[in-house]
Each structure stands twice: as structure tokens, then as C-alpha cells.
Design a protein around this ligand. Structure first.
Ligand code: HDE
Length: 712
């Protein structure tokens, strides 16, 4: 058989694809292949060039395969071990590179070097995640989002492993395995994937009132974010910042997106989970690719040591927020994400965060949840990444030089030189040696905290109030946000099979947060409305914290929004040109959709390539939808079910919808009503200002009560 016979069609196609891929590689990437003696030779892991990668070695063309085929065995053995254990929680994630830039010299607050200079930039790697679902689960499920930051500072790595809600479900680390077992898919049937709407979760959280606060956040719109670019980040625990004089202040870390804190509506989230399970990771990757780099303002709430006990709650309790109205946020700098990873596995999957990774100038508080986390993360990496050398994986490696006497173990890549692997030594010049602590550039020193106590297994009495803060949160929200919370509890509890669990949530949890909320949920579930709270909730000095509502956290511009233009043959050239120019000017991504993927022709006969079809790119993928003027074609439009569905669905999801020219005649045939988001006008430019406002506002909340009859 000649060589030519062995090369099938698919292999030629494969070669084309490889060429295309190579075309996308940067010159420096290609250099690595060129430096290979034969250009781009395929080799075994032992460096042997491979002559045939298509056929295994066998005894005769139709005979059995031979064990001696080391090329086949090496390839398949490697493949057999391609998977590593996924994270026990936060398995589904996506990440990006970027930088932190300090706004100023913050050395009065901390001696941490990355905060010591105005304009100083520190590389960061950020991983977003959902908590409950496995690696292959959908992005838009109702869940808390992990928001883990790794700062590669000159003084070592600082990991801030936070979430997009400011409180946690339990107060003590010892309850974490119970909590996770309860929320994860149930053990007998591994259902549900990616959600908390099931008996074991609600059983656990209804028996543990300390969960009430985090649960109400998880039932709020925060748990169905529009995009990972539109979530806030919270360190949750109280930490310490320590300056060069050794003065410590308690801090809470908070980072807020410039893109606004925005959410999906529930119907949209559920549909997206099926139609684009990768919605969030795609959105993040695309925005960065387009140069719409997401940004967060990174800050701290600072509490003097002397104020530690001056709150209605304990600042060590991770189920409590410190309202911004009591302690405002001091901005420290900005976080910018500007580069997508090159390889998902090597970077996003292998990154190993640990709250215990801190640098001089930062320290822990005695929050009992944080204390447990300090141990857990390194422990989990041992089985997930296969040994104690995971810090040598490039994504985990500090950028500053580091030396110590730790040696060997699985997957060691460092080749340590010298003879002395102990300290003190007099053989290798005494190195590596300790660095005494100092106001600047010194070795790490723990805060000189006085501890004088009995060993006890005891929860502080100051952790016992579990309802004042969920009440504060609920009371601080807009009517729309409150309504969504009632709907979310009703949906989730509607999936709970055991009636006594549903009743317990309503009577023993919700009734103590807010009686109206409890009654609304009871009504949805067909339960008797509770008459009174079952515990007496202490009175707080303040009853509302507007900063907790998403309505106070708007976007600063339209940058990075995504709009669909629905096109038909005969579309007005002027309208289309104006819309395209406007979107470009506002850094809004405009996608042109047509009845199919075939090009559309404008009124003047110009051929327009489309980005997809109405059906293939449903309205749930966009922030707004525009149907431009197509003179004389309203009957054609009305006959197209896909476009009608697109419009009705966008309207139902409270999005801005624009109808220009004759398209606005659709208003008389479809159940759409003009409002501050449903805009009609002679041309796109005639509604441009109102559209800009509607797009910035994100949703037309006033429409919400009037869309239940829409079939979409
Ligand atoms: Fe985690 N958590 N956690 N957690 N967590 C993990 O570490 C754990 C907690 C958070 O993108 C695990 O590498 C314990 C609070 C994020 O890689 C594990 C306790 C907060 C991520 C672990 C908590 C978080 C994790 C699983 C209670 C918000 C993903 C894999 C004491 C402030 C990081 C891993 C990433 C991951 C343990 C509670 C956030 C098992 C024991 C509170 C964002 O070590």
C-alpha cells in the first residue's frame, strides 16, 4: 500500500484545520515549532519522531495489535489519565488574566507592597465559578458565584477567594461538609444538577437558621447574574490590614463592577441553561477578545480595633454584612481583566486558590469559618492536583523569586542545586535564610494579637441573631427585587417533595424574616399563611441599607452590551448604517440576524452578511432587540414566527425593543405596548437617546406586571 493510500480525506481536512489554527498563532508561538529540527515534527513524549500516527502496529493488515507498539501505548495511556478530580465545590468555572492598579499609596493602612504606590500594577488571575454543579453543568443556574482573585505580588501570591454575595450559609467550618452534602445532587439519584431546588438543601437550611441570610441572597437576583462582568465580589470574612508601624485595622474586601450589577430574569436563565449552557463563559471571553475589558473598583470597609464591638452584630460572624451606610467603602484600586487564558486545563482548571495565601501587611481575623478554610484549600489540592508541588504549575507559581528547603515529592519540576536542604546550614553559604520582619520588604509576621481563653467548643453568643440581617436585606430592596425573592422561594420550595420541609421554611424561617414575604410564599405553595414570627428578632439601630439593592449599582456606560438587529430583505440602508455607527461609537456589539444564515439585501440592493438567524440566535442572548424599517414588508414580518417570537420574548424579558419606520405597525398586531423601553420612531436616530437610556437601565421593570399573557 502506497503512502498516498493511507492518507484519507478526513486527514486532509485535519491538515487544513491545523493550518488555520497555526494562522492564529502569534509569531513567538510558531518559533517554538520552527526551532524543532524538522519544523513541526510529531514526537513521542520521549522525543522520538513518529512516522505513522494513524495506524497501530499489528500482525498483518487485518491481524491483532502488538503489545510492543510503544507509540500506541504511550498515547492511549496518557489519554486514559487526562482527567483530574474536579473541585468538590466550584467545579464549573471560567477565568481571565488581568491586573490590579493601586489608586494611591495606601501605606497608612497596610505595608502590602502592591498597595504602596499610586499606579502600581500587579498581575492577577481571576476564576469565576458556580458552586453546586459539576464541571459540565450550565452557567446560568440559580447559584452563588465564586469570584476568586490571585494577585501575583512582588512579595508573593495573595489569594482573595471570594463570592458574589457578602455572606455565607454557615458560621463554623465544621458544618461545611454537611452544607455541601445537603446542596449537592442527592446521593441516591444524583439529581439535581446545578441547583438547590431539592429536599436535602431545604431540609438542612430550614433546620439551621444561621443559613437564613445567605439563602435569601441566593433567592435574590444576585444568584442569576446577567454576566460574570456584572457581579460584585466580596471577601465575606473580616480580615486585617497592618501597616509598617504594626497598627492593625479590621477590613472587609468588596469589589464592584463598572458594568453595573445586573441579573437575568428567571425565565431567561432557565432557557439559557438549555440553549447556551456556556453563556457566561462565552460572554466573558468575547468581551475580552473585543477589547471591552471588564473592570471592578476594589475597596475595603475599614474598622478600627477599638470599634470591634460597636455593632449590632459580631464582625467575626460571616453571616453578617457591615452596611455601607455605617462603614463606607474606601476605594483602593481597580481590577481589570484583559487577557483570556491560552489553555483552559493548564490555567483555569489547575489554578489552586487558598485563603491562607497572604502577604505581609494582610492577616486573618478569628472568623471560625475563615480559620477552617485556611486548612482546607491546600488539603484539597493534594488530591486534586496530585501532590504538594502544585505551586510549581505555571499558573500557581509566584512571580517573585522563592527558595526554601522543601524537596522532592510527586511531580517535582524544580531542579534544586546545592547540597544543603536544611536551615541553618554552613555549606551553601547559609542560604536560603530568613528575612526579619520590617516596615517594608520584611518577612511575614503574624499580627501580635493577645489570646487569653479557655479551649471550648462553643459558638459566641454574639453570633446568635440570625434574622435581623436577612430582614435588613429584604427591606432594603426595591419592590421588584422583593417580588423576585418571593417567586424564587416559591419555585424552589415547589420542587421540594416533603410538605413538612416546605412548612418549616415558611413558618420558622421566612416568618421571622418578614411576614408578608412568608405569606406570599405560603400562598404560592398552598399553605396556610403564618400569623406571627416564631422568634423575637432583636431591633437594629438601622432598618435599611440602600447599598444592598442592585438598583443602586448601575453601569457607567453601554460598553460591552450586545444588541440584535433583525433584518429582512429591503431593510432601510440609512437606518442600518446609523444603527451600526451608533453601536460602534458606544462600544455595543451589534449582531445582524436574518430569516436564515443567507445574506440579506438592503433596500438599495446591498448584500449584507448576517451573523446568524433569528432562530439560531434567540433574544435571550441579547440585551436588546431592534427591528429596522423595511418598507412594505410588515405582512412578511408578521408571517415569520421566528421573528415574532424574538420580539415577544425580548419584550417579555423586559428588554429594550426598538421598531423603526413601518416596523412600528407591528404594535397594532402583536401584544406589545409602548413604554420607556419599547420604542418606535421614524428612524433609529429618532429614538437613539431613549434607547441609550433604556439600554443603560437594562430592564423595563414597570412592564413586569403586564407581560404574563405573552406566550413567549
Ligand atoms: Fe470554599 N472551597 N470553602 N468558600 N471556595 C473551595 O477549594 C471550603 C467558602 C470559594 O476558583 C475548595 O480548590 C471550606 C466561603 C471559591 O478554584 C475547598 C469552607 C467562600 C472557591 C473549599 C468554604 C468560598 C472555593 C474546593 C468553609 C466565599 C473556588 C476546590 C470553612 C468567601 C476557587 C478548591 C477556585 C473552593 C473549602 C467556604 C469561596 C474544598 C472548608 C465562605 C470561590 O477547599
Amino acid at each position: 500500500m502506497g503512502h498516498q493510500d493511507k492518507v484519507g480525506k478526513s486527514q486532509v481536512a485535519g491538515a487544513d484545520a491545523a493550518d488555520k489554527q497555526n494562522a492564529n498563532l502569534k509569531t513567538e508561538d510558531l518559533e517554538q515549532f520552527k526551532s524543532d529540527a524538522s519544523g513541526q515534527a510529531l514526537r513521542t513524549n520521549q522525543g522520538v519522531k513518529i512516522a505513522d500516527d494513524k495506524n497501530s502496529l499489528r500482525a498483518g493488515a487485518r491481524g491483532p495489535s502488538l503489545l510492543e507498539d510503544f507509540i500506541l501505548r504511550e498515547k492511549i495511556t496518557h489519554f486514559d489519565h487526562e482527567r483530574i478530580p474536579e473541585r468538590i465545590v466550584h467545579a464549573r468555572g471560567v477565568a481571565a488574566h488581568g491586573y490590579f492598579e493601586s489608586y494611591a499609596d495606601h501605606s497608612a493602612l497596610t505595608k502590602a507592597g502592591f498597595l504602596s504606590e499610586k499606579g502600581k500594577q500587579t498581575p492577577i488571575f481571576v476564576r469565576f465559578s458556580t458552586v453546586q454543579g459539576p464541571r459540565g453543568s450550565a452557567d446560568t443556574v440559580r447559584d452563588v458565584r465564586g469570584f476568586a482573585l490571585k494577585f501575583y505580588t512582588d512579595e508573593g501570591n495573595f489569594d482573595l477567594v471570594g463570592n458574589n454575595i457578602p455572606v455565607f450559609f454557615i458560621q463554623d467550618a465544621i458544618k461545611f461538609p454537611d452544607f455541601v452534602h445537603a446542596v449537592k445532587p442527592e446521593p441516591h439519584n444524583e439529581i439535581p444538577t446545578g441547583g438547590s431546588a431539592h429536599d436535602t438543601f431545604w431540609d438542612f437550611v430550614s433546620l439551621q437558621s444561621e443559613s437564613a441570610h445567605a439563602v435569601i441572597w441566593a433567592m435574590s437576583d444576585r444568584a442569576i447574574p446577567k454576566s460574570l462582568r456584572t457581579i460584585q465580589g466580596f471577601g465575606v470574612h473580616t480580615f486585617r490590614l497592618i501597616n509598617g508601624e504594626g497598627v492593625s485595622k479590621f477590613v472587609k474586601f468588596i469589589w464592584t463592577p463598572k458594568q453595573g450589577v445586573l441579573s437575568l430574569v428567571w425565565d431567561e436563565a432557565q432557557k439559557l441553561a438549555g440553549k447556551d449552557a456556556d453563556f457566561h463563559r462565552r460572554d466573558l471571553g468575547e468581551a475580552i477578545e473585543l477589547g471591552n475589558y471588564p473592570e471592578w473598583e476594589f475597596g475595603v470597609q475599614v474598622i478600627d480595633e477599638s470599634d470591634e464591638h460597636n455593632f449590632d452584630f459580631d464582625i467575626l460572624d460571616p453571616t453578617k454584612v457591615i452596611p455601607e451606610e455605617l462603614v463606607p467603602i474606601t476605594p483602593l484600586g481597580k481590577l481589570v481583566l484583559n487577557r483570556n487564558p491560552d489553555n483552559y486545563f493548564a490555567e483555569t482548571e489547575q489554578v489552586a486558590f487558598c485563603p491562607g495565601h497572604i502577604v505581609p501587611g494582610i492577616d486573618f481575623s478569628n472568623d471560625p469559618l475563615l480559620q477552617g478554610r485556611l486548612f482546607s484549600y491546600t488539603d484539597t489540592q493534594l488530591s486534586r492536583l496530585g501532590g504538594p508541588n502544585f505551586h510549581e504549575i505555571p499558573i500557581n507559581k509566584p512571580v517573585c523569586p522563592f527558595h526554601n528547603n522543601q524537596r522532592d515529592a510527586l511531580h517535582r519540576t524544580t531542579i534544586n542545586k546545592g547540597q544543603a536542604s536544611y536551615e541553618p546550614n554552613s555549606i551553601d553559604g547559609g542560604w536560603p535564610q530568613e528575612t526579619p520582619p520590617a516596615a517594608k520588604d520584611g518577612g511575614f509576621e503574624s499580627y501580635y494579637e493577645r489570646i487569653d481563653a479557655h479551649k471550648v467548643r462553643e459558638r459566641s453568643a454574639s453570633f446568635q441573631d440570625h434574622f435581623s440581617q436577612p430582614r435588613l436585606f429584604y427591606k432594603s430592596l426595591s419592590t421588584t427585587e422583593q417580588h423576585h425573592i418571593a417567586e424564587a422561594y416559591s419555585f424552589e420550595l415547589g420542587k421540594v417533595k416533603r410538605k413538612f420541609i416546605r412548612e418549616r421554611v415558611v413558618n420558622e424561617i421566612l416568618a421571622n424574616i418578614d411576614l408578608n414575604l412568608a405569606r406570599e410564599v405560603a400562598q404560592h405553595l398552598g399553605l396556610p399563611p403564618p400569623e406571627k414570627s416564631s422568634v423575637s428578632v432583636p431591633k437594629y439601630k438601622f432598618t435599611e441599607s440602600p447599598a444592598l439593592s442592585q438598583t443602586t449599582l448601575a453601569a457607567d456606560s453601554l460598553r460591552g452590551k450586545k444588541v440584535a438587529a433583525l433584518l429582512f430583505d429591503g431593510v432601510s440602508d440609512q437606518d442600518l448604517q446609523d444603527a451600526q455607527a451608533w453601536m460602534e461609537q458606544h462600544k455595543v456589539k451589534l449582531m445582524l440576524l436574518g430569516p436564515s444564515s443567507a445574506p440579506v439585501h438592503t433596500g438599495k440592493g446591498k448584500e449584507i452578511e448576517v451573523d446568524g438567524s433569528f432562530k439560531g440566535e434567540p433574544s435571550i442572548l441579547f440585551d436588546a432587540v431592534i427591528l429596522l424599517n423595511v418598507p412594505g414588508e410588515v405582512p412578511t414580518i408578521l408571517k415569520n414566527g421566528d421573528v415574532v417570537y424574538h420580539l415577544l420574548e425580548a419584550y417579555k424579558h423586559l428588554k429594550p425593543v426598538v421598531l423603526t419606520g413601518e416596523s412600528s405597525q407591528l404594535l397594532s398586531s402583536l401584544p406589545l405596548k409602548e413604554d420607556e423601553g419599547l420604542l418606535q420612531g421614524a428612524s433609529f436616530m429618532s429614538v437613539e437617546k431613549a434607547f441609550s437610556q433604556a439600554l443603560l437601565t437594562h430592564r423595563v421593570w414597570g412592564r413586569e406586571g403586564h407581560v404574563s399573557h405573552i406566550p413567549a
